[in-house]
Design a protein around this ligand. Structure first.
Ligand SMILES: NC(=O)c1ccc[n+]([C@@H]2O[C@H](COP(=O)([O-])OP(=O)(O)OC[C@H]3O[C@@H](n4cnc5c(N)ncnc54)[C@H](O)[C@@H]3O)[C@@H](O)[C@H]2O)c1
Length: 396
């Protein structure tokens, strides 16, 4: 069984780090640290090996996977010797990357774009995307194609309820409804042709009633949205502790600074809105009562891919005594995200193999806003994945 991985945003940092990592694992140049599925109990599932993934993708920028990998090496996030060891592979992947569409991605993304299929009607764009998936799968002899959105964050959709049914969504494509975002066109093209779909970004993707209906009808697994990699991961691990000890959180102020292209796009308020919503929502889902909950994200170019988060938490204990906790998190955004992308491909391919279509709640721990799941407590989310493993253990 050959697994194809189609990355939307293939020239970006997360996509490139995932490709470099997978090829480095295949070449024995790195280890599996950071890959959730490499450890028990998840390693006991019959999952497709990362080493055998075949990559392709869409992008809208002129750069290449190899040049993004070299920039990541310059900023000391990905080791240069690893990039050198897999550079031939990266050049081969580049031949399978084609121009995407930027419809409704916002001004910040349009400024990045060089070659796109914009200007064509939405139905033509969807046909072209479907054709791109199909060509890749047949040329690469792929048995299953998993589509992963790792492209820049789009502005939020103002009235998603307009696309609550598949009929309404398909009519919107036919009528060239100028509100539909690119991420949903890519998602539709995947689900309609039975390709499992992951949305690692805060963009809309398949989070529309009409696309959920499509996935149910075609019995194709999909999940999103917004990978949980840094500050929000910590929040979902720490906030339950305050709740369980009956400590009353009065304020949680989180300030993030980052200097990569993602940070540059998030400088635009329209693109930033979705990210702020998914980062802020996690605490509301865990802590009870009113408290001051604020997240800031700012672009600081010299930081490159190193994201720094400072969090200041004020809380009240017994006898009304006020206390505080502060932490600083410094992570390489792409190095944290890339193994999760590989994990998600493995796990959604497993669901597809077992005929488990629709949303995949067992994958909630990977996302800031897990679709269809209200549980934000990290350890309870892992319990959901563990139960999934229990249900499948022993199968080959
Ligand atoms: N790094 C993390 O820890 C993390 C965590 C959660 C979510 N994310 C999300 O993952 C996404 C990717 O992050 P990144 O750091 O790789 O960003 P990036 O800016 O390095 O890469 C994004 C890529 O997408 C391309 N792109 C933009 N619009 C496109 C479109 N319509 N079609 C095809 N390609 C398009 C860009 O040209 C770029 O190459 C962002 O949305 C980010 O918010 C990242």
């Amino acid at each position: 069984m050959r697994t194809g991985v189609w990355l939307i945003g293939a020239h970006g940092n997360v996509a490139t780090t995932a490709i470099v990592g997978a090829r480095a694992l295949a070449a024995g140049e790195t280890e599996t640290t950071g890959l959730v599925t490499a450890r028990d109990p998840y390693a006991r599932l019959d999952l497709p090996p990362v080493e055998e993934f075949v990559f392709g993708g869409h992008d809208i920028s002129e750069t290449s996977v190899l040049s993004t990998a070299r920039s990541l090496a310059e900023s000391a996030t990905v080791p240069l010797n690893v990039v050198q060891a897999v550079s031939d592979d990266l050049e081969r992947v580049e031949e399978r990357i084609t121009a995407g569409t930027t419809v409704n991605c916002g001004r910040a993304v349009e400024e990045l774009a060089s070659e796109t299929m914009s200007g064509t009607s939405f139905s033509n764009a969807v046909d072209r995307i479907r054709e791109d998936y199909r060509t890749f799968a047949s040329e690469q002899n792929v048995d299953r194609l998993v589509v992963v959105n790792v492209s820049s964050t789009e502005p939020r959709l103002s009235s998603p309820e307009r696309y609550d049914t598949l009929n309404a969504f398909e009519r919107a494509i036919e009528e060239d409804d100028r509100e539909l975002p690119a991420s949903s066109l890519y998602a539709y093209a995947a689900l309609v042709d039975d390709h499992p779909y992951i949305n690692f970004t805060p963009s809309t993707g398949a989070a529309l009633g009409g696309l959920k209906e499509l996935a149910e009808r075609t019995n194709v697994p999909h999940m999103g949205r917004d990978g949980k990699t840094g500050e929000t991961l910590l929040k979902s691990a720490l906030a339950p502790m305050f709740a369980q000890r009956n400590l009353q959180v009065l304020s949680w102020e989180g300030h993030n600074i980052l200097g990569n292209a993602d940070g540059q796009v998030l400088e635009d308020d329209a693109n930033k809105a979705g990210k702020l919503a998914s980062k802020g929502g996690v605490l509301d889902g865990i802590l009870e009562g009113e408290f001051h909950n604020r997240v800031r994200i700012d672009y600081t170019p010299p930081l490159g891919d190193w994201k720094t988060a400072w969090d200041d938490i004020r809380f009240r204990g017994f006898l009304g005594t006020q206390m505080k906790m502060q932490f600083t998190w410094e992570g390489s955004d792409s190095v944290l995200a890339a193994p999760l992308v590989l994990d998600l491909v493995r796990l959604i391919a497993h669901a597809d193999e077992h005929g488990e279509g629709g949303l995949q709640p067992q994958l909630a721990s990977f996302f800031k806003s897990p679709l269809g799941v209200d549980e934000h407590d990290l350890s309870r989310q892992f319990d959901m994945l563990d139960s999934y493993v229990d249900r499948h253990e022993g199968e080959t």
